[in-house]
Design a protein around this ligand. Structure first.
Ligand code: SAM
Length: 253
């Protein structure tokens, strides 16, 4: 296979994902900054600006982790239109990530309790979320870790109201022939080394790099989104930083 990594069986994958995020929960935020030189912040800012939630938006943020997207969403609503009625429900499969997120919302100067819910759950089966109940669905750097990407997207479709919007921020493919070899070098040499130094965990970050390479290309993923019933505008995605990441978007019409 590509770069010599082996295919990981499904249950093995679920075990690995659980382990990876338990290992890194406390170091998670600092690792993101270290690996991306802070650029993940700009991508997330852009992601929320693109969503441009109107007042009162009910967002479901899946694989929400420590709350980067949820927090940006609420800040955007406050800053753009003094909106205190927007609501975000953060779901993540890992209780430790959810706890770090919960702490974060408790430590803000605003009282956000009425605007945030957090729960532990699986993106592939959001049984606790009613159908046709959300205005927007976001998943940032999370779908890559899921076993059945198509099930995740179909669940997103189910929980969105008609007119609702699906948005995904995820690592993607670099096609530029000048950038691609540099990105490979960075991915396979530098990132595991940073993981070793900061989180004392080389394996988890090797897994991270490999999971990025296994995820579908921009166009393949756009097809999955269409296949779940979403309508997409144009090719359905926008590349960020040469395609190191991409924003995919679709509407439930
Ligand atoms: N969205 C956050 C952000 O952008 O900072 C967190 C991203 S973090 C890289 C990926 C998250 O996906 C982890 O918190 C992990 O627990 C969660 N995750 C992995 N598989 C999941 C699944 N099947 N359902 C829900 N969350 C999952």
């Amino acid at each position: 296979t590509h770069f010599g990594f082996r295919e990981v069986a499904e249950t093995e994958k679920e075990r690995l994902v659980g382990q990876v995020f338990s290992n890194v929960a406390s170091k998670y935020d600092i690792m993101n900054d270290a690996m991306s030189a802070g650029v993940h912040r700009l991508w997330k800012d852009r992601f929320i600006r693109q969503l441009a939630p109107p007042p009162g938006t009910k967002l479901l943020d899946v694989a929400g982790g420590t709350g980067d997207i949820a927090m940006r969403f609420l800040n955007y609503c406050r800053n753009a239109h003094h909106d205190h009625t927007a609501h975000v429900h953060l779901v993540d499969i890992n209780p430790e990530m959810v706890n770090v997120g919960r702490q974060r919302f408790h430590n803000t100067v605003y009282d956000l309790k009425s605007q945030v819910d957090l729960s532990v759950g699986n993106a592939e089966d959001l049984a606790d979320i009613p159908s046709d109940s959300k205005d927007a669905y976001t998943i940032a750097f999370g779908i890559r870790n899921c076993t059945h990407v198509d099930r995740v997207v179909r669940e997103a479709y189910r929980v969105l109201k008609p007119g609702g919007r699906f948005m995904c921020l995820e690592f993607s493919r670099v096609e530029n022939p000048l950038i691609a070899p540099l990105y490979d070098l960075y991915s396979f040499e530098v990132i595991p080394a940073i993981g070793q130094v900061i989180a004392s965990d080389r394996e988890s970050y090797q897994y991270l790099v490999e999971s990025i390479r296994r995820f579908p290309s921009q166009d393949q993923f756009a097809d999955i989104i269409r296949g779940a019933g979403f309508s997409v505008v144009g090719k359905g995605y926008e590349n960020l930083t040469f395609g190191i990441a991409a924003i995919h978007s679709g509407f439930k019409l």
